[in-house]
Ligand binder design. Structure first.
Ligand code: GAL
Ligand code: MG
Length: 973
């Protein structure tokens, strides 16, 4: 007999969002549940209607089968669907996982209502018990519950089968930009309730202490028994049910006997309010009592008292116009693909807190439920986004009535699940699905059900940032040019808060102009922030030998952003996919193992809670840049770096300041009258343990220049003549390649996808042909003129080598023709002998920094092994640069020191790789480090921008044609 669940082909029926599934609710069922996670019998069928065979393997639940030992491997496509069928169709070859296990229902559950919860299944779930059909569910990122009471017998064993169909009509609205997987990706559990139960609990807690708890009560035996009531306790304070609310429709006297409503209303005196800086939570236990007072059901909630409202064009939390320092986050893990543990999520949020983030957009589906608990607890504002992205067929689907149910279903189920979290401050209808009637239907549902939170949807906001009639209370563009945002805010037309749902694309070496964005946001009323795209580089740990994902057992096979030898971080195409979108899946501000990229330090600084306003003789003026907190949770250390090499340090006492206040504080040392250029850095650390950082954790390091450099003395000619060969190349015992001109960098992802790299290649900048024009000696000095020819232009390059005490001074100039209107860099590159393995520098650091991403790297004396300067971006590219370098040394264990003094602060890069080494490979593990150092000293270096998706860097960070001059001195000590 054909299985009826298969016979109706629910995977090609968008109208069918579920069958036999219980309504979503916010009652917490975790305690007392029977976990069903672990190894299940498993087989992978080629199609949902293929017969189930007799041969079983095992699969771990929760977990995608695509990273377990099957032949269906992960695939990455962005906009494009992975199959050609139009909605609502799916391909005939459609991997379908059959999971089976025994279900031993506790005898103690006799008389109780028994419910199966499947945390998430991708993309259609069919449930059978002992071969009998139980139900169907779609919506790959929300739990599905089924009442098994009629299917199982307490004290007996049943067989539970979960069939998961990978491709379906639903796949067309789950076309988010990440890996395609299949399987059960969140936990499965079984729980029991009394037939008389809490069907839902809605908690509303306002900043004035008002608390409303609305409970829905049902009894599965039929009519509700008389006399039931609800109580609650809030941190030990007993709250009683309001009279007159025990029946639905009580207000108009039509009595329902199957759905009871109970309301608890209380005002908490002197309430401690919740906000992302001080996430104060209260514990609320709701109890449903039978008439005799015994407890039939309980639900535990953590409550945060807070208000969210839009007033004018400001989004206010507790009346404060908070800045939204957000990031987009996927549920991602390099071993499991999708499945994330509580500890993983906690670690994600801890990193985000430490780097100054206060907001998360759950791109582009409801995240694992624990994430919201953690966000409540650690303090984040969440934009909760429904699981709707129909990117490839957006226009057709937005108005397709066959998908209407799915839109309303997905948005409403998210709201029903997450409505009690104080962290959730905004609902989002989804992502990149055009805008149609299906959105308005879903928006209508939310507005009626939850009037306490604003709603946003980028696809609607795009119709007009100020349009009052679209389904978005927020102007939430993605990658809007900063000048457009500022212009809108200044136009007088703005009606809604402007908070970009995506900005600053973090692919590879990126996030240029982040500080410029924040300078504008903080100084332009109407601009309130945005969400960086995105948190994760979605690299999946892969064995190089057989190309397979390592899977769950790979912990320990990576460290510091780098996969262990024999492994690599796979991106699109690495699993042999015929159709894929390459490294575009690696676009996060953390590596696949959560190691922060240097851009994180930039964010940390632009989000700094304490800022240095200015330096006066009596001290430094500090400002509290938080919204709610004082500075008492912070302490600090002053560091004064002097050009002469000294660093003075001393403890900082942070003043008592309310948000927005400033005060002058004295320094613990006198600033020496001598020593040249002087930079002051305040290393701000956590004074007392926070939930997300132990005392001593650095949270920001604002700096200020307190004395400018004197005009550098040009060392005068002295010493033996400089050795230059017939080609005009400098000969030096510590150099293996003489300094030559470089206009090229290994293109970053932004350079490639923004089109710059192809221009540079077309101009021949990666293979300039050098021809010496003249070599003139004048005393000990030598002047060399050379031409560097590209395909369209010729650069005239002049180097003058002058012997100075202990070394040689190099004065250079390069004249770029108009054709070379926007190049990667203009500077010198040379290579050193092996052994010079430690870099000391006076300049910005210690993090990697670039001209348009240099706010997070204070000026000081820094030291790092050369091997640690490099950032292992997944697709090798320009990496490891340091901005604002005044001088540096490279030293060897035998005390040989090569010292370079620069005429002014310059972009310097010391690396084990030539640009061509980086461009020759596609993955980090293929790189072979050179023994010596490749050193770049740049007169000008192009900003990084974010052109892989979004605006390029600003004109001020471009390298212009014309004459560039720079000089430097090379000495051996
Ligand atoms: C956005 C999209 C994201 C991601 C990003 C590029 O348009 O919403 O999901 O694709 O671009 O990385
Ligand atoms: Mg998309």
């Amino acid at each position: 007999m054909t299985d009826p669940l298969v016979a109706v082909r629910p995977w090609e029926a968008p109208e069918v969002t579920s069958w036999g599934r219980l309504p979503m609710n916010a009652v917490d069922r975790r305690s007392g549940a029977l976990p069903l996670d672990g190894d299940w019998r498993f087989q992978l069928l080629p199609a949902p209607d293929a017969p189930v065979g007799g041969a079983w393997a095992t699969a771990h639940v929760p977990g995608a089968w695509t990273v377990q030992d099957t032949d269906d491997l992960p695939q990455y496509t962005n906009v494009r669907m992975p199959f050609p069928e139009f909605p609502p169709h799916s391909p005939a070859t459609n991997p379908t996982g059959v999971y089976e296990r025994e279900l031993d229902v506790p005898a103690a559950w006799a008389g109780r209502r028994i419910v199966l919860q499947v945390g998430a299944a991708e993309s259609v779930l069919l449930v059978h018990v002992d071969g009998r059909p139980v139900g169907v569910s779609k919506d790959s990122h929300l739990a599905a519950e089924f009442d098994l009471t009629a299917f199982v017998s307490p004290g007996e064993r049943s067989v539970l089968r979960l069939t998961v169909v990978k491709w379906s009509d639903a796949t067309h609205i789950e076309d988010q930009d990440h890996w395609w997987h299949g399987g059960i990706t969140r936990s499965v559990l079984l729980y029991a309730t009394d037939p008389l139960r809490l069907a839902d609990v809605t908690v509303r807690a306002r900043r004035d202490g008002e608390l409303r708890v609305d409970c829905l009560v049902r009894d599965d035996r039929g009519a509700l028994p008389g006399g039931w009531y609800v109580t609650a306790d809030l941190d030990g304070m007993l709250l009683a049910q309001d009279a007159g609310f025990d029946r639905r429709n009580a207000e108009d006297d039509r009595v329902s006997d199957f759905l009871g409503e109970a309301r608890i209303h209380a005002v908490v005196p002197e309430v401690r309010t919740w906000n992302a800086e001080e996430p104060e939570l209260y514990g609320l236990t709701v109890r449903l009592h039978r008439a005799d007072g015994t407890v039939a059901d309980t639900s535990y909630h953590r409550v945060g008292f807070r208000d969210v409202e839009i007033v004018g064009r400001d989004l206010l939390v507790n009346g404060e116009r908070v800045f939204v320092r957000g990031v987009n986050r996927h549920d991602f893990h390099p071993l499991t693909g999708r499945t994330v543990s509580y500890d993983d999520m906690r670690a994600d949020l801890v990193v985000l807190k430490r780097f100054g983030f206060n907001a998360i957009r759950t791109s582009h589906y409801p995240n694992d439920p624990a994430l919201y608990d953690l966000a409540d607890e650690l303090g984040f504002y969440i934009v909760d986004e429904a699981d709707i992205e129909s990117h490839d067929h957006a226009h057709e689907i937005a108005d397709d009535p066959r998908y209407l149910n799915a839109f309303v279903d997905r948005v409403s189920r998210m709201v029903l699940r997450d409505k009690n979290h104080p962290s959730v401050i905004i609902w989002s209808l989804g992502n990149e699905s055009d805008y149609g009637a299906n959105h308005d239907a879903a928006a209508g549902w939310v507005r009626r059900h939850d009037p306490t939170r604003p709603l946003q949807y980028e696809g609607a906001a795009k119709r007009g940032w100020a349009d009052p009639d679209v389904a978005s209370d927020i102007a939430c563009p993605m990658y809007a040019p900063l000048e457009d945002c500022v212009a809108h805010a200044l136009s007088g037309e703005q009606t809604k808060p402007l908070i970009q749902c995506e900005y600053s694309h973090a692919m590879g070496n990126s996030n240029g102009t982040l500080a410029d964005h924040w300078a504008a946001i903080e100084s332009t009323p109407g601009l309130q922030g945005g969400f960086i795209w995105e948190f994760w580089d979605h690299g999946i740990l892969q064995r190089v030998s057989d190309g397979r994902p390592v899977g769950r057992t790979g912990a320990g096979l990576y460290d510091n952003g780098v996969a262990a030898p024999g492994h690599r971080w796979a991106y699109g195409g690495d699993f042999g996919e015929a159709l894929h979108d390459g490294a575009f899946v690696a676009d996060g501000i953390v590596f696949p193992d959560r190691t922060p990229k240097p851009a994180m330090y930039e964010h940390r600084e632009v989000a700094a809670p304490v800022r240095i306003r200015c330096f006066r003789h009596e001290g430094v003026v500090l400002a509290n840049h938080q919204h709610f907190r004082g500075l008492d949770w912070l302490t600090g250390t002053w560091e004064l770096a002097l050009a002469d090499g000294r660093t003075l340090t001393g403890p900082a006492r942070l003043p008592q300041l309310r948000p927005g206040e400033t005060a002058a504080v004295p320094l613990p040392f006198a600033v020496p009258a001598d020593g040249g250029e002087a930079w002051l850095t305040l290393r701000v650390t956590v004074a007392e343990d926070q939930a997300w950082a132990p005392a001593g954790t650095e949270v920001c390091a604002p700096g200020i220049r307190i004395r400018a450099a004197h005009a550098p003395e040009r060392p005068v000619a002295a010493g033996p003549a400089v050795e230059v060969d017939r080609e005009g190349l400098l000969r030096h015992p510590l150099l293996t390649a003489a300094p030559t001109l470089s206009l090229w960098r290994a293109p970053t992802d932004n350079d490639e996808l923004g089109g710059m790299a192809s221009r540079w290649r077309a101009w021949g900048l990666d293979r300039l042909v050098r021809k010496v024009v003249s070599v003139r000696r004048d005393g000990g000095s030598v002047a060399v003129v050379a031409q560097y020819a590209g395909t369209v232009g010729v650069v005239r390059h002049r180097q003058e080598f002058t012997p100075v005490e202990g070394g040689v001074r190099v004065d250079e100039s390069a004249e770029l023709p108009e054709e070379f209107s926007d190049v990667a860099r203009v500077g010198s590159v040379f290579e050193t002998v092996a052994g010079l393995d430690v870099l000391d520098w006076f300049g910005q650091g210690p993090w990697e920094s670039y001209p348009d991403r240099a706010a997070g790297a204070p000026v000081g004396h820094h030291r790092l092994p050369v091997d640690e300067l490099f950032t292992p971006y997944l697709r090798p590219q320009e990496s490891g640069g340091r901005h604002g370098v005044r001088r540096f040394t490279l030293s060897a264990p035998d005390a040989t020191v090569l010292a370079v003094e620069l005429d002014e602060p310059r972009q310097v890069c010391v690396s084990r790789y030539r640009a061509e080494d980086l461009t020759a490979v596609t993955h980090h593990d293929e790189l072979v480090p050179r023994a010596g150092c490749v050193v770049h000293i740049d007169a000008a270096h192009r900003g990084l921008g974010t052109a892989s998706c979004g605006p390029d860097t600003f004109p001020s960070y471009l390298v212009a044609p014309g004459v560039h001059r720079w000089s430097w001195t090379l000495r051996v000590r």
